[in-house]
Design a protein around this ligand. Structure first.
Ligand code: AMP
Ligand code: TRP
Length: 373
């Protein structure tokens, strides 16, 4: 018997979300078995950590996609994951500040609280409950093998918390609580997405088909892994990268220009992408995204360039043009913390309505708590 599209398994009657219906197109959904269906409704979910130091990699790999997702998602749900942030050493008095920073960056980048659900993870208790429930179908060996766990646990000086090991289970709960179909992320999250899919499949196999949706990742073709400008064989990151090689979304134009002009390039003079030219390839990708063209078009355009200096000049100009308006809007949005709180509270209400529906089904299927219906 043919399976119904997953979207039919979604509950209706969720919170009223204004959607860009005129923009609605058909989107492919591929089942675990490989069949592809085209459906009009796609639930999008992604999460981002609350640090005010979001960088060009976050912007290109993730935030830009969140903004696009608003017009396709029904709904598009974006979560600032404060509970993930406590898995490594952190300063409690700063966590809320950084959360507001991140909220303001996302709004400044184009997220519109009327067109998406924007909320704080810890406001919706279903995430932590589902995390525990999913632990029953998560293999400890898989968690142990996660690259991010390996890297981050090595970096901890005092304590490797069990939260760090459990991080991907909470991430799975984030997405599965909404029965989301699509998860926009950068390349570094591929492994976590695979784990989440395994967890969902195992859950459905054990407790009942179609209770959870097996989500697909959405990793951009260009820009899924922006590299550090000083060490272009490492990904750009505020924790593992170099200060000079990391362009922050909130950097002023002069700083952006300086960092890009000092980017490490490769030997030779040819402006083309190649495995032995990581620095130049990275700059070409950044320019392609900032201009909204393909990397091949950038290579073509740069044929008449006199050298890497021209390429860097073009990249600096395009990145300043892309991030400048975000920085300006951020300065307007960030001071009004009451408004940010109100936006997050409204988002949490909408998110809770969806997540509690899933949790009722999950608890029921697992035989946990009093019978639901
Ligand atoms: P985080 O700040 O770790 O919560 O990451 C937020 C999002 O940015 C995730 O979807 C990451 O995959 C993405 N991301 C992080 N670093 C990069 C990078 N260097 N290039 C592209 N995407 C990235
Ligand atoms: N682990 C992700 C990161 O570091 C953040 C995240 C938490 C996330 N929950 C999520 C991403 C759910 C996608 C979906 O970038």
């Amino acid at each position: 018997m043919e399976r119904p599209p997953r979207a039919e398994g979604l509950r209706s009657g969720g919170p009223a979300i204004r959607c860009a219906a005129a923009d609605r197109r058909q989107w492919p959904l591929t089942w675990a078995g490989g069949t592809t269906r085209f459906v009009g409704l796609v639930r999008i979910f992604s999460g981002i950590q609350p640090t005010g130091r979001k960088h060009l990699g976050n912007y290109i790999g993730a935030i830009r996609q969140y903004v696009d997702g608003q017009d396709r998602g029904d709904p598009a749900i974006y979560c600032i994951v404060d509970l993930h942030a406590i898995t490594v050493a952190y300063e409690p008095s700063e966590l809320r500040e950084r959360l507001y920073d991140t909220t303001a960056i996302l709004i400044a980048a184009g997220l519109d609280p009327d067109r998406c659900i924007l909320f704080r993870q810890s406001d919706v208790r279903e995430h932590t409950e589902l995390c525990w429930l999913l632990s029953s179908v998560t293999a400890i060996g898989e968690l142990n093998r996660m690259h991010q766990f390996r890297d981050k646990s090595l970096a901890q000086r005092e304590l490797v918390s069990s939260g760090l090991l459990f991080y991907p289970v909470l991430q799975a709960a984030d997405v599965l609580a909404y029965r989301a179909h699509e998860v926009p992320v950068g390349e570094d999250q591929r492994e976590h997405l695979e784990l989440m899919r395994d967890v969902a499949r195992r859950f459905n196999a054990r407790y009942g088909e179609d209770i959870l949706v097996v989500p697909e990742h959405r990793i951009p073709e260009v820009g899924a892994r922006i590299m550090d400008l000083q060490e272009p064989t490492r990904k750009m990151s505020t924790t593992g990268g170099t200060e000079e090689g990391t362009v922050l979304v909130l950097d002023d134009p002069k700083t952006i220009e300086k960092k890009i002009k000092r980017a490490v390039t490769d030997s030779g003079t040819e402006i083309r992408r190649a495995p032995d030219k990581p620095g130049v390839s990275n700059l070409i990708d950044v320019l392609a995204v900032a201009r909204g063209v393909s990397p091949a078009a950038v290579e073509e355009d740069m044929r008449s360039a006199r050298g890497y200096g021209d390429l860097k000049g073009a990249v600096a100009e395009a990145v300043v043009g892309m991030l400048g308006p975000v920085r300006e809007r951020y300065a307007e949005i960030r001071p009004d913390q009451d408004r940010l709180e109100a936006i997050l509270a409204q988002g949490a209400d909408k998110a809770s309505a969806l997540a509690s529906d899933t949790l009722a089904d999950v608890r029921d299927a697992m035989g946990v708590g009093a019978p639901q219906r």
